[in-house]
Design a protein around this ligand. Sequence first.
Ligand SMILES: [Zn+2]
Length: 60
Amino acid sequence: MPTLLKKCRDCGTYTMKEGPCKNCNSNAVHSVYPPRFSVEDKYGKYRRAMKEKIRKKEKV
Ligand SMILES: [Zn+2]
């Protein structure tokens, strides 16, 4: 999956374009899927839960 999606930290608008936010013109636009970020931790439990689900499914 390409990581082109970006999000404005100021207004929360999602954008695919480079440069400032089209909504509020802020430069606080950052990639939604950073390779290594604290967000990783946030989704960690979901990832683990999904892993568990898949493992259980395989057993059945
Ligand atoms: Zn914005």
